[in-house]
Design a protein around this ligand. Structure first.
Ligand SMILES: C[S@@+](CC[C@H](N)C(=O)[O-])C[C@H]1O[C@@H](n2cnc3c(N)ncnc32)[C@H](O)[C@@H]1O
Length: 169
């Protein structure tokens, strides 16, 4: 099983850098659907991901259609959007025999409306108040990825680690 964090046409380098760090820390693949508003070598992206870039499994797709062609079973494709009525944590991400794809929209306009309208059963919302227009993209990616991992019993992650200079042991 592999978890995929999918970014649709990301616009803000710091968000992509933060998400790359989450991908590296969770052994998730980071799929980026072009066009992007910046280069992945942009120093702001690199700085946000710190020194983890060699650990990021990065895959680029030139279009939504090209990305969709790489998804083996679209039952496991989830569209993360505030417009959904289903809460993200009510989705079942627990099957560790398949690949899961969590897709997030661009910072200004989100996911393409016709694509969401055509796939309402795939859409998941992270509950929030009406005080804000939306949550931050990189926070959304971390929330959904870690909820999926929680349901997957954190498969492939270290639940504990012994550090050379441990502050608890
Ligand atoms: C800043 S938001 C985009 C806001 C945009 N105005 C829109 O129409 O969605 C960027 C992405 O973060 C995710 N997002 C932000 N808040 C969310 C929420 N409450 N529930 C689910 N996804 C959310 C979605 O994937 C969204 O496409």
């Amino acid at each position: 099983m592999t978890n995929h964090i999918v970014l649709y046409q990301p616009e803000i380098p710091q968000n992509t850098g933060n998400i790359a760090r989450t991908a590296a820390g969770t052994d998730s693949v980071l799929d980026i659907i072009r066009p992007m508003k910046f280069e992945i070598n942009d120093h702001t992206v690199r700085r946000a991901g710190l020194d983890y870039w060699d650990k990021v499994k990065l895959v680029f797709h030139d279009s939504l259609e090209e990305f969709l062609a790489t998804v083996p079973d679209q039952r496991y494709l989830y569209l993360i959007t505030k417009f959904a009525d289903t809460t993200y944590s009510d989705a079942d991400f627990s099957d560790t025999s398949v690949d899961h794809y969590y897709m997030f929209g661009k910072e200004t306009t989100g996911l393409p409306e016709p694509f969401m309208r055509a796939n309402p059963e795939k859409c998941l919302r992270i509950p929030m108040t009406e005080n804000i227009r939306a949550l931050n993209l990189s926070n959304c990616a971390a929330l959904v990825t870690y909820e999926a991992l929680r349901q997957q019993n954190f498969a492939g992650l270290e639940k504990s680690h012994t550090y050379a200079h441990d502050k608890l042991k």
